[in-house]
Structure formats: structure tokens, C-alpha cells
Design a protein around this ligand. Structure first.
Ligand code: GDD
Ligand code: MN
Length: 363
């Protein structure tokens, strides 16, 4: 039996026609269709419920308070009854006439079959230069990380044998859109994968949900798989935020000292005050961005954010003290000036990162 998952978010206009054409295409294959909808504002779930009400082989999972293509697909797979699980966009972009071939291929090889835009005979259809280029770069990067190679590891149109799904289930990362890639990164090396060419079609109604945020999450994922075990992604993000904080700090300093002294040289008091305000401005900036991005998985809200902010200030102060102590210590032992300062600064960063991870944003 073939279990086809249709992840949906605002696909109300597409779903009835799509289900009809899928059932035509799968007339000779025993199948079920599972629509996994994330409580779409356009009430896709309601339309899907009506279809499921009249048809025994259509099921709907309505998730409330959750978002994400990959996690929706995994949830669909988990409730599926078939030996082979399939996925396709619920907007008409994937060619449903290939479903029987995808099913047969994954059933026969016990692994994966991919509807492929980049294998001979496939195509991305009418894409603009920019999306084509971005997709090619992302695909090349992604390919280098896969245990099992295919030409289109980012395709959203594929099928996988139940046994292979069960092997990789514990390692899957449910964030974003990269569900097939995640399989190819984690499956055992000897897993078989077959590509079936197709032309990526046009969306029937509505618009793509592949947002900028999803694209950034994708790059983060690539980093995590490639280098995450050497330098954790969270630390890299923390350092990126910190570097931006330096720019905020310098800009804030220039602005405030200009406010006090105009174009003239500031007095020592004005200078010190400007530095102090600039430091706190940078601290606020770092806290907000770290809370929104670096530690988005444990983001603080409301009162907890206020307490977190105070802890963050404390951790930064300790970081600065550690920075000072190490620099002064090395310098007094005859190390070169610049080396002492650099080693001190690194110690400070690692120190306040560690404290913030343990105290401010602890799991
Ligand atoms: N349940 C759920 N939750 N479904 C979602 C979500 C979500 O948060 N986000 C998107 N979907 C559904 C959409 O409704 C659609 O049926 C399918 O997932 C794919 O989303 P699209 O918005 O149509 O993506 P796309 O066409 O831009 O991207 C396609 O190409 C990419 C590679 O170029 C997809 O096939 C991607 O999977 C693929 O990686
Ligand atoms: Mn689509």
C-alpha cells in the first residue's frame, strides 16, 4: 500500500482538484492520502475534512499551534499504514502521473525514489534566473553532505520505503523544508535511491511558503551537518551577533559623543559617559538579537525576558572582567601587548557565552 502525504498551508483552493487528480493517477495502486494541515487561516483543514468525510482513503491531520513542512511530513509518515510513503506539494507543481512509478521504485529498492528536476529529462520549468541560481548553489552544497547521492536532494517530491524511514526516524531534524535532504544525510550508505525525471510545474493557486527565514534555516542546517560537531552552530551565531554588536557599539558611541560635544573633542567626562551608554546600547542589541535568533529555540518572553536581560548584563560584566584579568595577567608575564589583548578578548567571549547558555537561555 502507498501512503501519500500532502502537507498543506493555505491550499484550500488547490486541494479538491488535486485530490481528484491524484486518485485518478493512483487508480491501480492501493493507496491512502493523508493531508497534514497546520490550521491554515484559509481553512484548508475544513475542506479536507469534508473530502475525508466522503472518502475512506483520505485522512486529515489538523495541527494547531505548530508550523513547518518537514515536521508535518514526518507526522504524516508516522500515522501512515502503507509500505511506501510519498510526499508531494499540494499546489499542482508535482506531476501526479509519476506517483505509481515513484511507489514501484521505492517498493522494489527498499530505499528512496525521487521526482528529480536535475536528472536527464527533468527540468525546473519556468523559473527566473535568481531562483534557478540559488537552487543550483544550495543543491551543490547539499549534495556534498549526502551519504547517498542524487542530483536533486532538495526535491519535495519523493517516496521512501517504511523500513528506511524507520531507520532514520530518530535522527531527523524537523525544521524547515529540507526533509528529503535530511533522509539522504542520515540513511545508511548502502541505501538505494533512484531518480525519476519530471518538470516542476506552476502553482495552481496561492503563493509559495518558502520564505527567507526557511532559506536561512537551510544554511544553518548545512553548517550544522558539516561543521556543527567542531564548533556548535549556536556559538557561531552568538559570535556573529557579537560582531554586529561591535558595529552598534561604535555607531552609538559616535552618535552620543556628537550629541554631547558636537564636532569638538569631548571632555573626559563626556567621553566616559558616551562609552558607558554605547556599551549598554550594544548590550541591549545583543540581548534582543540573541533572544530572537541565536537562542530562538528557547526564546524568552514577558517577565522571563526581563529577568534574562538582567542575567545577560551580569554575564557580560563577568565576561569583561575575565577579559581584563587574562589580558593583564598575560601582559604582566611579558607576553606581547596585542597577543595579551586578543587572548583576553577570546576568553571574555567564551566566558560570557558559556554563562549566558547556562544561566540566561538554559534548556
Ligand atoms: N503543514 C504544512 N506546514 N505545510 C506546509 C508548510 C507548513 O508550515 N509550509 C509549506 N507547506 C506545504 C505547502 O502548502 C505545499 O503544499 C508544500 O508544503 C510545499 O510548499 P510550497 O510553498 O509549495 O514550496 P515551493 O513550491 O516554493 O518549494 C518546493 O520546491 C522546493 C525546492 O525548490 C517544494 O517542493 C519544497 O519541498 C522544495 O524543497
Ligand atoms: Mn510548491
Amino acid at each position: 500500500m502507498f501512503s501519500l502525504i500532502l502537507p498543506t498551508y493555505n491550499e484550500a483552493e488547490n486541494i479538491p482538484e488535486l485530490v481528484r487528480s491524484i486518485k485518478n493517477a493512483l487508480a491501480c495502486v492501493p493507496h491512502e492520502i493523508i493531508i497534514v494541515d497546520d490550521d491554515s487561516p484559509d481553512k484548508t483543514w475544513h475542506i479536507a475534512q469534508e473530502i475525508a468525510h466522503d472518502q475512506d482513503d483520505v485522512h486529515i491531520i489538523r495541527r494547531v499551534g505548530r508550523r513547518g513542512l518537514s515536521s508535518a511530513v514526518i507526522e504524516g509518515f508516522l500515522s501512515a499504514k502503507g509500505d511506501v510513503f510519498g510526499v508531494m506539494d499540494a499546489d499542482g507543481q508535482h506531476d501526479e502521473s509519476l506517483l505509481p512509478a515513484l511507489y514501484e521504485a521505492a517498493l522494489a529498492n527498499g530505499g528512496i525514489s525521487v521526482g528529480s528536476r536535475y536528472t536527464e529529462g527533468g527540468s525546473v520549468g519556468e523559473w527566473d534566473e535568481q531562483r534557478y541560481l540559488l537552487s543550483r548553489i544550495a543543491t551543490k552544497l547539499a549534495m556534498s553532505l549526502c551519504k547517498v547521492k542524487v542530483k536533486d536532494p532538495m526535491s519535495g517530491f519523493f517516496a521512501v520505503h517504511r523500513s528506511t524511514f524507520e531507520k532514520v526516524l530518530p535522527t531527523l531534524n524537523p525544521k524547515g523544508f529540507k526533509i528529503l535532504l535530511d533522509f539522504l544525510v542520515h540513511v545508511p550508505k548502502e541505501t538505494r535511491a533512484e531518480e525519476i525525471p519530471f518538470t516542476f510545474g506552476k502553482r495552481m493557486h496561492g503563493e509559495s511558503k518558502l520564505s527567507r527565514r526557511v532559506q536561512i534555516e537551510f544554511l544553518e542546517y548545512l553548517y550544522d551537518v558539516a561543521l556543527g560537531r567542531f564548533i556548535p552552530l549556536v556559538f557561531v551565531k552568538y559570535c556573529i551577533v557579537g560582531s554586529m554588536g561591535v558595529i552598534v557599539h561604535v555607531s552609538a558611541f559616535s552618535l552620543i559623543s556628537y550629541f554631547f560635544a558636537g564636532a569638538a573633542e569631548p571632555t573626559f567626562r563626556q567621553f566616559s559617559l558616551s562609552v558607558a551608554v554605547a556599551i549598554e546600547t550594544a548590550v541591549v542589541f545583543n540581548f534582543l538579537l540573541n533572544n530572537a535568533w541565536t537562542f530562538s529555540h528557547v526564546r524568552l518572553k514577558g517577565r522571563a525576558a526581563l529577568v534574562g536581560f538582567l542575567k545577560f548584563n551580569g554575564a557580560c560584566l563577568f565576561g569583561a572582567l575575565a577579559n581584563y584579568a587574562v589580558s593583564a595577567f598575560l601582559f604582566s608575564f611579558g607576553f606581547a601587548k596585542i597577543l595579551s589583548v586578543v587572548v583576553g578578548a577570546f576568553t571574555g567571549v567564551i566566558w560570557n557565552y558559556t554563562m549566558n547558555r547556562m544561566l540566561t537561555w538554559r534548556h
